[in-house]
Design a protein around this ligand. Structure first.
Ligand code: S3P
Length: 426
């Protein structure tokens, strides 16, 4: 599918974005390991989470949406599937399943996925799991996981990855003793919060997480998923960039391991207001109002990168409109996302006439540049598709986004939501 986008002159609205992808993944994974029926409201229904649901069903669980759209999961233990599990394009699905399945004796599973998924690093998960005693054949999908009794370990993550941490925590639930994980950066802590709320002993102190095994099942639970700040980012940027705009996004997740983008918007001098800060279960949420803004270039490095790891495609587009240079460093992880986001961003933004220099661990962008409409490609990367679409709203002339269907992986109603803000023909 291609999108044809024309410049927009004013975006206005008061909206909600779909449920948080990371919290949705963890909720269904924890519900699968629970005894009894769990109810998850606001679950993200998109490509990557459908992949997780498909896998969990193939492991023998009853998982359905009720008439209100609440996800209902009947936890009853995991069973060997009849065929390889298809994790689609979802890194979180395959990595979390590796962790959950490693410690289920008698369950043997083959985990596979799309060509894109097969190119992404899995050794960072299989390595620590093997130290715990896991039996995992291969380091690239298809991977065969034979469930075994696991040991607690102390492990230092070589990269700040919440998916690897989540996989180790899932395995650690079934281990014979405590597990301690040292993190090099503040990766998202949704697993820790959710497990703690379920009564698991999880102590998190200065990026060292210690978890005790549960010797049994998790309890069934009720949960409401906050709006995804990573999806809201496309709306933040569109409102900041399109002249005369003002948009409010309600009930957005404000977990401080995810709010690097808010810090970036404020540092760029965007006009952002955060109101109605409250708790939704174990996660903070708020309403975010953002208006058309004159942006300034900024430098982002270190822990800040970790706290906005999914937001760099959108940040790069904003940087093309900011006065001065925007520099991103310490972000080599961007090379192993749904696309090599440093390479694909440089290639596609240059087609709009942007001035972007690629570095091994980031990029620098000189602004402001008047973007020219272009034919650009998502490279099958959902966040690239949506970021390039926002660039199209401020470019001169028409922009075509090729392979735009990638947006369905995390934000299926992106086009409808943008149109409701007034983007007109798409
Ligand atoms: C995620 C963690 C991040 C992020 C991804 C979701 C998670 O990946 O990029 O979109 O749910 O834990 P890494 O753990 O690979 O950094």
């Amino acid at each position: 599918m291609n999108w044809l986008i024309r410049p927009s002159d004013k975006l206005r609205g008061d909206v909600h974005v779909p449920g948080d992808k990371s919290i949705s993944h963890r909720a269904v994974m924890h519900a699968a390991l629970a005894q009894g029926t769990s109810h998850i409201r606001g679950f993200l229904r998109a490509g990557v989470t459908e992949a997780m649901l498909r896998c969990v069903r193939d492991l023998g669980l009853l998982v359905e949406f009720d008439q209100q759209g609440t996800l209902v999961v009947d936890g009853a233990g995991l069973h060997s599937p009849a065929a390889p599990l298809d994790c689609g394009n979802s890194g979180a699905t395959i990595r979390m399943l590796m962790g959950a399945l490693a410690g289920w004796p008698d369950v043997v599973t083959t985990l596979s996925g799309s060509a894109g998924l097969r190119r992404r690093p899995m050794k960072r998960v299989s390595e620590p799991l093997r130290l715990m005693g896991a039996d995992i054949a291969e380091d690239t999908p298809p991977l065969v996981v034979r469930g075994r009794r696991l040991h607690g370990v102390e492990y230092t993550l070589p990269v700040a990855s919440a998916q690897v941490k989540a996989a180790i925590l899932l395995a650690a639930l079934q281990a014979d003793g405590p597990t301690t994980i040292h993190e090099p950066g503040p990766s998202r802590d949704h697993s820790e919060r959710m497990l703690r709320a379920l009564g698991v002993s999880v102590v998190d102190h200065h990026q060292t997480v210690t978890i005790e095994p549960i010797h049994g099942s998790l309890p069934a639970f009720e949960l409401t998923v906050p709006g995804d700040i990573s999806s809201a980012t496309f709306l933040f940027a569109a409102a900041a960039l399109v002249p005369d705009s003002e948009v409010t996004i309600r009930a957005v997740g404000m977990n401080e391991t995810r709010t690097g983008i808010i810090d970036a918007l404020q540092a760029m001098q965007a006009v952002v207001t955060i109101d109605n800060c409250r708790e939704l279960g174990q996660e903070p949420i708020a309403d975010v109002n953002i208006r058309a803004s004159e942006l300034q270039g900024i430098t982002i490095s270190g822990d800040w990168v970790v706290r906005m790891i999914d937001e760099f495609p959108m940040l790069a587009v904003m940087a093309t409109q900011a006065r001065g240079e925007t520099i991103v460093r310490d972000a080599e992880e961007l090379r192993v996302k749904e696309s090599d986001r440093i390479g694909t961003l440089a290639t596609e933004l240059r087609k709009f006439g942007a001035q972007i220099e690629e570095q091994p661990d980031g990029f620098s962008i000189e602004g402001p540049t008047r973007l020219q409409g272009a034919v650009v490609d998502s490279h099958g990367d959902h966040r690239l598709a949506m970021s390039l679409a926002v660039a199209g709203l401020i470019a001169e002339g028409e922009t075509t986004i090729v392979n735009a269907e990638a947006c369905r992986e995390s934000f299926p109603n992106f086009v409808e939501l943008m149109q409701s803000l007034g983007t007109g023909g798409w």
